[in-house]
Design a protein around this ligand. Structure first.
Ligand code: SAH
Length: 465
């Protein structure tokens, strides 16, 4: 695969200083998935072109993957060696690392200046066609020319491929151009990136600094860059928009989120929980079924909470929580304050004992009714927090969601949704059985007859006075 960068800004050969690659020589670098070569087809005063050619080792790639991915021959016969994909991004990031950061040893002034560049990508897949190319590069100021490539020139009847011969023209700083390409090439390709991990969130935010937050397609960029990992993409959106969650419109399982979006119930609920914990004077909190760590994020910002633990049965949810908390980058005292545990709430777990408060936010309705007893014992007999806050949807309120047919739950994974009377009966019997007192509160705007969207029970250890 190939990418060329040209400039006509005289002396054009200064491009060599910006890229830290001498135009007189061939540069080769071994990468984990192949070899990158940089050379200059043109190196004149009025035109200089640097070419990055990447030789991918498709067999080597196969060896790194797990078994049974894709169909048998796809492992060996695929387009990865030929089209611009995430591999090209990784290569750009490694071969032109300094240039991408905007630094230049010998020509810092030039690195800081907007200079005319033309980028040529002879085979760039765009899943989303020419329109997507324009939507991604247009808002950044690029002039885009794209010609669709045939699937096979020998068989015109087969029609066009997903690949385009693309030229991008812009007057900008080279570091910015390289960072745009780094992020947008894999977004266009939208294939699997073998390299998506937690630190990809950091990479995306870092490479997107200064342009992604104001890009009209930032949601699509985040989602595709992160391989459609919805959770991680949401983390990026939240961090880009400074804490305000932006729901993903293509979310498949997002019924509940869309329903509740209008009133931003989740945020309201979490803020209510934090306030309730403060009222209770809780210093140590275990968030049971912490999911993707929304509550943990709020708690971590408030130093009144000295020890914060999140537990969930889902490893993926915990990974997302970790990314949301930016855990790996936290200072040491914060890392010691916060811990994430995998645990199932229907089994006793000593690690969850001894907390001032346990929060169980929108979790009980995900449990099978016959497991509720095991859950109650795990929380109130074994973990035995001083206080427990349990929230769950109020089924009566569902009548107010215009898109929710009668009798349906807010989320496909809910096993039940309780009316206020049902919830209160369950909570009263649990309190009675394990020696707690319980009070009930409505969370959110209260409807005259139907109550609020969320109902909460606050349990406190000790007998009734
Ligand atoms: N409290 C979070 C997440 C609610 S979604 C919030 O309000 O945002 C319900 C969560 O409960 C999911 O993350 C799911 O993985 C977790 N969960 C479901 N059954 C569980 C069990 N038996 N033990 C622990 N966690 C469970």
């Amino acid at each position: 695969m190939l990418l060329t960068i040209s400039t006509t800004h005289a002396p054009a050969t200064d491009l060599g200083y910006l890229l830290h690659k001498n135009p007189q020589r061939l540069h080769s670098q071994t990468l984990s998935f192949g070899t990158a070569h940089v050379f200059y087809p043109d190196a004149r005063n009025d035109l200089c072109t640097a070419a990055l050619m990447l030789e991918i080792d498709p067999v080597g790639l196969v060896r790194k993957k797990g078994p049974n991915e894709g169909f048998a021959l796809e492992q060996y016969v695929n387009d990865r060696p030929y089209v611009a994909s995430s591999f090209l991004s990784v290569a750009l990031g490694q071969v032109f690392r300094t240039a991408m950061s905007g630094r230049s040893k010998d020509r810092q002034d030039l690195a800081d200046s907007a200079v005319p560049y033309e980028i040529h990508l002879p085979a760039l897949p765009s899943r989303g066609g020419e329109g997507l190319l324009a939507r991604l590069f247009g808002p950044l100021g690029y002039e885009v020319t794209a010609t669709r490539l045939a699937l096979d020139e020998a068989f015109p009847a087969w029609g066009g491929s997903a690949c385009y011969d693309v030229r991008l023209r812009i007057t900008a700083r080279l570091g910015d151009v390289l960072r745009h390409l780094y992020v947008l090439i894999p977004v266009l390709d939208a294939d699997k990136h073998y390299w998506v991990g937690d630190d990809e969130v950091e990479k995306l935010l870092q490479k997107g600094e200064g342009w992604l937050d104001s890009h009209p397609e930032r949601e699509l960029v985040a989602r595709r860059y992160l391989k459609n990992l919805r959770g991680l993409a949401e983390v990026v959106m939240e961090r880009l928009s400074d804490g305000e969650a932006v729901p993903d419109p293509v979310r498949q399982d997002g019924q509940e989120e869309t329903l509740e979006k209008a009133i931003n119930l989740n945020r309201q609920r979490m803020e209510w929980v934090v306030a309730a914990l403060k009222r209770l004077g809780a210093k140590s909190v275990v968030d049971m079924g912490c999911g993707e760590g929304r509550l943990l994020g709020l708690l971590s910002k408030d130093l009144e909470f000295e020890k914060i633990t999140g537990c969930d049965v889902s490893v993926r949810a915990l990974e997302i929580a970790r990314a949301r908390l930016n855990f790996d980058r936290l200072p040491e005292f914060q890392q010691q304050r916060i811990q994430l545990l995998q645990s199932a709430l229907t089994y006793r777990d000593k690690r969850l004992a001894g907390y001032d408060a346990a929060t169980v936010i929108e979790v009980v309705e995900h449990l099978e009714p016959e497991r509720l007893d095991a859950f109650a014992r795990a929380v109130f007999e074994h973990a035995k927090p001083l206080h427990a806050i349990v929230t769950t949807p109020n089924a009566e309120y569902n009548a107010l969601f215009p898109n929710l047919p009668a009798g349906k739950f807010r989320h496909p994974d809910h096993r039940f949704e309780w009316t206020r009377a049902e919830f209160e009966a369950w909570a009263d019997s649990v309190a009675e059985r394990f020696g707690y007192t319980v009070t009930f509160e409505a969370v959110g705007t209260v409807h005259e007859t139907l109550g609020a969207a969320t109902q909460a029970a606050i349990f406190t250890k000790g007998d009734k006075q």
